[in-house]
Design a protein around this ligand. Structure first.
Ligand SMILES: [Zn+2]
Length: 294
């Protein structure tokens, strides 16, 4: 069985920490480098639910996409929810390792996993990493569909293929507009509208779209927007990453048991389609043509 330090060295080779954004906090949060690892759990969020899942599985390593502490802290007291996570991890002998923006831009990265889940063919990164001569690393992916479809059907495909969440999938733009090429970006992608337009794609699938950026984007061009749940756009990475670690384990003869979290940790837990009556038309008297009976 490998030591934690040996497993982490392989994870760092997949997602080098120095390729993370400057503001990010990636790498090992807690764990003894000399501890042995037999089981590993991949999850999107380092929350109590996934930590409890790791403990119940008997895992010695939890790898998450999102950081536990993005900024510094002065306490890990168990009275805070993050402190309780730290206490549970250390007490139960579970290490926590984070691969965030270094996994976003990797080859394969978070958006490759998203594209694969949607059955798309990746053409190139949406924002290429200038440090990568092969032109495969970077943020988001530009993709092609096997056959043209409509924005409505593309959004329905996303709702069908991504893991189920309360939010589901929304679209903005003409539902009947044709879609042949799309850009995808796992997580919050509303800073990439200009890049998606420049790529000339028909639609952009991402998460966390807000009123003003989405409204302006739909006014600016016919680019269709598809908004999925943040967690659902990043969860496919867990399966991709687990398969990568399985392959590494086989190569080294480590015999690791690698799992993917089944917990839906998207914070939104219910969704209700609007039931109110539509906005009423203006009063008839205001639009009566001349000569019409009052
Ligand atoms: Zn995210």
């Amino acid at each position: 069985m490998p030591r934690l330090s040996e497993v982490i060295a392989e994870l760092d080779a997949l997602w080098p920490p120095d390729r993370a954004e400057q503001w990010d906090a990636v790498g090992t949060v807690c764990g003894d480098p000399d501890a042995t690892v037999e089981r590993v759990l991949f999850a999107v969020d380092p929350v109590q639910e996934t930590v409890d899942e790791a403990v119940a599985l008997g895992a010695q390593l939890l790898v998450t996409h999102h950081p536990l502490y993005l900024r510094g802290t002065t306490t890990v007291a168990a009275g805070t929810f993050k402190g309780r996570v730290v206490h549970t991890l250390i007490r139960q002998g579970v290490a926590l390792h984070v691969a965030h923006t270094n996994a976003d831009t990797a080859d394969p990265g978070v958006s490759d996993a998203l594209a694969a889940a949607l059955g798309l063919r990746v053409v190139r990164p949406l924002v290429p990493d200038p440090q990568d001569p092969a032109g495969r690393r970077g943020l988001g992916r530009v993709c092609e569909l096997d056959a043209p479809t409509s924005l409505r059907h593309f959004a329905a495909r996303a709702a069908h293929r991504l893991p189920a969440t309360a939010q589901g999938v929304r679209l903005a733009g003409d539902p009947d507009a044709p879609v042949r090429t799309v850009a995808v970006s796992g997580g919050s992608g509303d800073s990439l509208f200009a890049e998606a337009r420049a790529a000339g794609v028909d639609a952009f699938l991402t998460a966390d779209l807000r009123h003003h950026p989405a409204s302006e984007a739909t006014q600016h061009s016919p680019l269709g927007l598809v908004d999925a749940a943040h967690w659902a756009t990043e969860w496919p990475w867990c399966e991709q990453a687990a398969a990568q670690l399985d392959e590494i384990s086989d190569r080294h003869g480590w015999g690791l048991r690698v799992h993917v979290s089944a917990a839906v940790t998207d914070p939104w837990s219910a969704h209700f389609a609007s039931q109110a009556r539509p906005v009423p038309p203006p009063p008839a008297t205001a639009t009566n043509p001349p000569g019409a009976p009052n």
